[in-house]
Design a protein around this ligand. Structure first.
Ligand code: BGC
Length: 269
């Protein structure tokens, strides 16, 4: 893990930070010296628990609630974050949901809900962050960039996923949102990138890794032979958000143990 100096003096907002990948990233950013806004959706006590952990590690954090798919709640969260820390340097667009169902049974509500959180939520948060980054501009004592936006996408940005078309469509959308935004915001010195995790042990896919047989089946899709941990993603996030990665924008980094390498072709084809 990078040292505390890495992101010291910077303020970050992580959406969906009460569990899984979001929580690991919030904790890792705090360990790297950033002040962290821990966004929660419905349960303030879950946000507070992550903030407590941050404080116990000597870091600074605050929990702020918002449903990322609601414009007014997102605007209020960013206002509160800027009041709390003066400005923001980093947004991690992590909040995401899965609602799996065969396509012919998929209701409009199933479709809308996943798109609303995963894609529209990312848009709404990115817009608020970009406004603050543009307002402040580059502050060299904080970072070489005026701001950094990181999307947490998925291997399903690229790999089609039967039975999950709403989710896969939302992640495909994040790909073009990220790249177009990177192009538009580069002249403002705002860096925009994605991390696309593969199978990482979180609640979203618990049924795929908790039982040994399920885990063995999942591992067949992972050439590297292990299911990922949330810290596999968090350590890459900290680096990508730091000035060490200052020349990287518009890129997706796949953190997937090789899931994208067509593992079925490893022994045939
Ligand atoms: C999904 C997980 C899945 C992984 C690999 C992720 O985006 O949220 O449920 O295990 O992709 O298929």
């Amino acid at each position: 893990m990078p040292s505390a100096a890495y992101l010291s003096g910077q303020a970050a907002l992580v959406t969906g930070a009460t569990s899984g990948i979001g929580r690991a990233i919030a904790l890792a950013l705090a360990r790297a010296g950033a002040s962290v806004v821990v966004n929660y959706h419905a349960h303030p006590e879950e946000g507070e628990a992550v903030v407590q952990e941050i404080r116990q590690g000597g870091g600074q954090g605050v929990a702020i609630g918002a449903d990322v798919s609601r414009e007014e709640e997102v605007a209020a969260m960013f206002r509160q974050a800027v009041e709390e820390f003066g400005t923001l340097d980093i947004l991690v667009n992590n909040a995401g949901i899965q609602q799996d169902i065969p396509f012919v049974k998929m209701s409009l509500a199933d479709w809308r809900q996943v798109l609303a959180v995963n894609l529209t939520g990312s848009f709404l948060c990115a817009r608020e962050a970009a406004r603050e980054f543009c307002r402040r501009g580059v502050a060299p004592e904080r970072s070489r960039a005026a701001g950094k936006i990181l999307f947490i996408s998925s291997v399903h940005e690229v790999i089609p996923w039967a039975g999950h078309v709403n989710y896969a469509a939302s992640k495909g959308g994040i790909g073009q949102l990220m790249r177009s935004l990177a192009q538009e915001l580069a002249p403002e010195r705002i860096r925009v990138n994605s991390i696309a995790p593969g199978a990482i042990k979180t609640d979203i896919n618990r049924h795929d890794w908790e039982e040994p047989e399920a885990a063995a089946k999942l591992c067949k899709l992972i050439p590297y032979g292990r299911i990922g941990d949330t810290d596999d993603v968090a350590s890459v996030a900290v680096w990508l958000l730091s000035d060490e990665a200052d020349y990287i924008t518009g890129t997706t980094i796949f953190v997937d143990g090789g899931m994208l390498l067509y593992p079925g072709f490893g022994t045939g084809g």
